[in-house]
Unconditional design. Structure first.
Length: 94
């Protein structure tokens, strides 16, 4: 798991550097972007509180910043099946 950071706009970010299931929040949130810092060999799945996949990056997705702009997600969980290094940028105010 990683540490959460807050910028003045209210957005927060959390870095994920291991193969894990990371529950970022259980509340309604807005997922702004995911930054893939190191190419990963396995999929990255964005899930809501019910465990439903709302977005999936397929395996071997290239390094880059990806604007998702997914609003009104109740609960936000990121599942990384393999070693990863990514940054999740979200707004907990929904």
């Amino acid at each position: 798991m990683g540490r959460q950071f807050t910028d003045p706009s209210g957005f927060r970010s959390q870095r994920i550097t291991t193969a894990t299931t990371t529950a970022i929040t259980t509340k309604r949130t807005y997922l702004h972007r995911i930054v893939i810092l190191v190419a990963v060999a396995s999929a990255i799945t964005v899930q809501n509180a019910a465990g439903t996949a709302v977005f999936v990056f397929p395996a071997s997705y290239p390094v880059g910043s990806y604007e998702l702009n997914l609003g009104d997600i109740t609960g936000l969980t990121i599942v990384t099946a393999g070693a990863s290094d990514l940054l999740v940028v979200f707004d907990p105010r929904g």
